[in-house]
Write a new protein. Structure first.
Length: 132
């Protein structure tokens, strides 16, 4: 079986296999509201088994990569190498990363994303940043 990338032109990168699954799993909670508002029969879509309510670190990293591309890449670069903002490579203090994402860095030009992202999304970005 050949895996073809699912391109997200607005984010500037392609997603493969597990990344596509993680993104659709993250978007899935919004679907029932739209389906309920649609007249006509509703098709039952089989759901994958859920091992736990908390996503795995791999799933968080994939979601974090998508969110990083949307909110962080413009300043910190596609691989966290820096640019307008500092390099994020080698950061390991997860609490400090989450705090910087949520509250921003006053006086350094980094906006606070706590109002735009849920705590789970902040955690996902922090998990991804630690992989850079």
């Amino acid at each position: 079986m050949s895996l073809r990338p699912f391109a997200l032109a607005t984010l500037g990168f392609a997603l493969f296999g597990a990344a596509v699954y993680a993104l659709t799993a993250w978007l899935r909670p919004a679907v029932p509201a739209r389906v309920a508002a649609t007249p006509g029969p509703v098709l039952s879509v089989p759901q994958p088994p859920v091992a736990s309510a908390r996503p795995s670190p791999a799933t968080q990293a994939v979601l974090g990569q998508v969110l990083y591309g949307r909110h962080c890449q413009a300043c910190h670069g596609p691989g966290g190498e820096g640019g307008m903002g500092p390099s994020l490579r080698g950061l390991r203090d997860e609490a400090a990363i989450r705090r910087a994402i949520t509250l921003g860095r006053a006086g350094r030009g980094m906006p606070a994303l706590g109002a735009r992202l849920t705590s789970g999304e902040v955690q996902a970005v922090a998990t991804y940043v630690r992989t850079l």
